[in-house]
Design a protein around this ligand. Structure first.
Ligand code: B12
Length: 209
């Protein structure tokens, strides 16, 4: 695993898309999702840490993110044609521009047979309107910055004030750093990984959340 992370990091840092794709394709033929969760995310986090300590440039962090986004779009399969009978749901990035986590969750849920709308990046007001118009029952919210995470509280208040019965499922770095944060902002559930979202959605469908 460590060697995979090192090799993948090296390919990203040298902007070598071909090498990055080859590593991803070789390993992903075994289990795509666990490779993404254990290698791609670890490599990006280490590159981010390297940027914080001044070893790497922000442009390297940015390009590493872009390359991963493109590769993941290519390797994750399209959704199961046999869509599940499910509550209406949508996913968005709230107020920041870290899109990769959202892209992975979206692709994974579709690959697992769920159907969901992709709202892209939104602010609270616009998001509430879309949830209302589309009659959404589960909103999946991805954030990577603390100030965006705190906006979930505002989202919850707005939904409650309109009596909209919507489950809020959150994920992303601030919630992984602070394990109580999802409850403090009024979310119904938090997922540390994309695959946990499948379990949470099943709980909502069974009425246990
Ligand atoms: C790559 C990256 C970038 C790229 C983003 C490229 C892109 N297209 O996404 C670029 C260079 C653009 C960028 C910019 C910035 N970044 Co940045 N970035 C990162 C970095 C290194 C990795 C993020 C990432 O893509 N990880 C990989 C993805 C796949 O992981 P993930 O999002 O966590 O998602 C997984 C799980 O969390 C979960 N998940 C995520 N969301 C959801 C949602 C649901 C519903 C579910 C079920 C699950 C789930 O599933 C995913 C897959 O398992 C992080 C470091 C970190 N530790 O996260 C910093 C980080 C997020 N960035 C940070 C900062 C500060 C910035 C900038 C302000 C930097 C600057 N000075 O300009 C800007 C702000 C841009 C903006 N306005 O949004 C900080 C935020 C700190 C904070 N407390 O707020 C971090 C934490 C770095 C740090 N330690 O300081 N960044």
């Amino acid at each position: 695993m460590e060697k995979n992370i090192d090799d993948f990091m090296e390919a990203l840092l040298s902007l070598n898309r071909v090498a990055a794709r080859r590593i991803l394709e070789d390993a992903a033929s075994i289990d795509k999702i666990s490779f993404i969760e254990n290698v791609v995310i670890a490599a990006l986090e280490r590159i981010g840490e390297g940027w914080k300590s001044g070893i790497f440039a922000l442009s390297q962090v940015y390009m590493a993110g872009r390359i991963c986004e493109e590769l993941i779009d290519e390797i994750l399969p399209p959704g199961d044609p046999d869509r599940k009978d499910q509550p209406k749901m949508a996913i968005c990035v709230l107020s920041d521009h870290h899109k990769l986590g959202k892209t992975i969750v979206y692709s994974l849920l579709r690959a697992s047979g769920f159907d969901l709308l992709d709202y892209g990046t939104m602010e609270v007001e616009e998001l509430v309107q879309r949830i209302k118009d589309d009659k959404i029952k589960i909103i999946l919210v991805s954030v990577l910055m603390l100030h965006s995470a705190l906006k979930v509280k505002h989202l919850k208040e707005k939904l409650d004030s309109l009596n909209l019965d919507v489950k809020i499922v959150v994920g992303g770095a601030p919630f992984r750093f602070d394990k109580q944060l999802w409850q403090e902002v009024g979310a119904d559930a938090m997922c540390s990984t994309a695959s946990e979202a499948v379990l949470v959605i099943k709980s909502v469908m069974e009425g246990s959340l």
